[in-house]
Design a binder for this molecule. Structure first.
Ligand SMILES: *[C@@H]1O[C@H](CO)[C@@H](O)[C@H](O)[C@H]1NC(C)=O
Ligand SMILES: *[C@@H]1O[C@H](CO)[C@@H](O)[C@H](O)[C@H]1NC(C)=O
Length: 372
């Protein structure tokens, strides 16, 4: 391939310009294949570990190799970064197409994860998760367990080696879910020990819609804005971030539908792609939410255990006007979730709970169970 213009490494990322062509228009996303192991059908998400595999970056060549690396001593990350910059370079890109590298990390193990393991998933879902805790452990807007902290420290150490020894580009922007376990994970992963340049500081922004699927569980209810600010004073809030959690409806027994979560995940991607001119973006979020983001991006399913991280090369293209009823308003929204009003008599994996107040399973007979 003939390269007809200079590649301005890093420069394209610093400008604050938005993407005017995308404003009010429909953006279609695709996860570009051929760059990361996680895109390959043979890669098993259950055994894959980012820290054993250079985040999954494939060893390959790019058409821009050799352009300014006559010695051939650049790393895989440096050569990949040059290729992504080439794809975005002003002089030959289409105004309707942008590329970004999204590096999405799931929070480390939280107290709600530990409790789900302790009680078993059916009993957790139908009773325990609706409480704030059990007297020993608290899991409303859960914090990290000691194991979760270790998982985030491991990510910190791994990013350090990538940045310092492997030429992985620094992030242009950092985003986090508003839930405490993600904020705590992002702080432990990025706030200390990394020699970040002054032009690429760890200056994260909290975005409401990077939060976990909004079930009736108390671990999906966020804290107030003031509480979050006291917990993480260096995190900025996106415009319009409310004091109270206005989305959680667990007290009414209603949880978010999958369709709603997918639609609002597309909406937050549209927001980021339209308003953030950076190329390398870090997102700290959740298993369910990252799964929804991957679906919105056209990536194959790739489940992450706690503390795992997945990068995706995203191609975004403006394809036309946004239909007036698009985005979250068109999706069904929230739906009733059944619960037991006391610890269940028994719970069967894959089937559900038998509530103590009746012999039927909670999920089969919602009328018999308490609405929270
Ligand atoms: C790429 O090569 C390096 C060094 O040989 C190796 O450690 C790494 O696992 C390889 N990555 C992939 C995705 O095969
Ligand atoms: C509360 O749950 C935790 C698991 O997160 C468990 O270790 C602990 O024993 C439980 N406490 C009680 C009083 O059951």
């Amino acid at each position: 391939m003939k390269l007809s213009c200079p590649i301005l490494l890093g420069l394209a990322s610093t400008a604050l310009a938005r993407w005017p062509e995308a404003d009010g228009n429909e953006i279609r996303y695709s996860a570009v294949q051929g760059y990361f192991l996680q895109d390959e059908p043979d890669t098993d998400p259950n055994t894959f570990d980012y820290a054993a595999q250079n985040f999954g970056l494939l060893n390959r060549t790019y058409p821009t190799d050799g352009d300014s690396d006559a010695e051939g001593c650049e790393t895989q990350w440096q050569r990949f970064a040059r290729w992504v910059d080439y794809l975005n370079a002003d002089c030959h890109r289409s105004e309707s197409v942008r590329y970004k590298v999204l590096v999405m990390g799931r929070h480390g193990q939280g107290w709600h994860n530990a409790a789900e393991s302790y009680y078993g998933t059916p009993a957790w879902n139908c009773y325990w998760a609706e409480l704030d805790g059990n007297g020993t452990a608290a899991w409303s807007d859960a914090l990290l367990t000691p194991q979760g902290v270790v998982e985030a420290q491991r990510a910190n150490a791994y990013f350090k080696t990538r940045f310092e020894q492997h030429g992985m580009p620094f992030f242009d922007s950092y985003y986090s879910s508003p839930l405490s376990r993600c904020i705590q994970t992002a702080i432990t992963t990025f706030a200390a020990g990394l020699d970040l340049p002054a032009s690429r500081p760890f200056a994260p922004t909290i975005k409401e819609l990077f939060r976990e699927g909004i079930s009736i569980h108390t671990c999906d209810r966020r804290s107030t804005r003031s509480h979050i600010h006291a917990f993480a004073p260096n995190f900025a809030f996106e415009p319009g971030f409310t004091e109270q959690d206005e989305l959680w409806r667990g007290d009414r027994g209603e949880g978010e539908t999958d369709a709603h979560e997918l639609a609002r995940s597309k909406a937050v991607l549209d927001d980021v792609f339209t308003n953030d001119d950076g190329t390398w973006l870090s997102v700290t979020s959740h298993s369910g939410e990252i799964a929804a983001l991957l679906t919105a991006l056209g990536h194959r399913d790739f489940g992450l255990s706690t503390g795992q991280i997945i990068p995706v090369l995203v191609r975004a293209e403006v394809v036309g006007r946004t239909p007036p009823t698009a985005a979250t308003t068109a999706a069904p929204g929230f739906t009733f979730e059944a619960t037991c009003n006391a610890p269940p008599v028994t719970s069967v994996a894959g089937t559900g709970c038998v509530c103590s107040s009746s012999s039927a399973s909670a999920t089969a007979t919602p009328a018999l169970v308490r609405r929270l």
